[in-house]
Design a protein. Structure first.
Length: 192
């Protein structure tokens, strides 16, 4: 009976080792150094920002798979938030400059604060569009992740939030804002 259990354990350990070795990364050889990596999981055109979605891809590595995933997600969220904030700042600047508003700097500051709050709220609606984990040769885990957020959701959130702010609402032209927002999003698609 003991021999059977030991044999069964050895078989299971062998199968487990084979399974893990198939997930392990290959060792890098000297002739591979400097070569271009053609494709990484969760990377490439499919996972980049376009006129409909803000997207972000990142990688996290750790000896704990949960921590590797958390690192990748945190980095991707930070990158996504920074990308959105940059584009919203551009939209805000154009919007304020194209409208004749009494105190432009005051309006601009309030508008930026409001959009920052909306961005923070909208980041809750992030969708994971790709996630892959691998085991490295040293036993650590590497997780690749790609996130996206719908630009229409963001635009609607800003418009809705503005409609609740009396002081900003007085100077707000929804149609003009959406026109500028959509134009800035098309610039992303065109690579500007």
């Amino acid at each position: 009976m003991k021999l059977r259990v030991t044999s069964l354990m050895l078989v299971l350990a062998s199968v487990g080792a084979l399974g893990l070795s198939s997930c392990k990364s290959k060792k890098v050889t000297k002739d591979q150094v400097g070569t271009e990596l053609k494709s990484l999981p969760c990377q490439g055109p499919k996972y980049t920002t376009d006129d409909k979605f803000f997207r972000s891809s990142q990688i996290g590595t750790s000896s704990d798979i949960s921590l590797a995933k958390e690192k990748a997600l945190t980095l991707a969220k930070q990158q996504l938030a920074a990308s959105i904030q940059t584009k919203i700042k551009s939209v805000t600047d154009r919007y304020v400059n194209e409208r004749e508003i009494g105190n432009q700097s005051d309006f601009s500051q309030k508008f930026e604060n409001l959009t920052r709050e909306v961005v923070d709220q909208t980041l809750i609606d992030i969708r994971t569009v790709c996630e892959q984990s691998t085991v490295l040769e040293d036993g650590r885990f590497r997780t690749f992740v790609a996130l996206e957020i719908n630009k229409e959701t963001l635009k609607n959130g800003i418009s809705e939030r503005i409609s609740r702010q009396d002081l900003i609402q007085l100077e707000y032209d929804k149609k003009k804002f959406e026109e500028i927002f959509d134009e800035e999003m098309r610039k992303i698609e065109e690579g500007q």
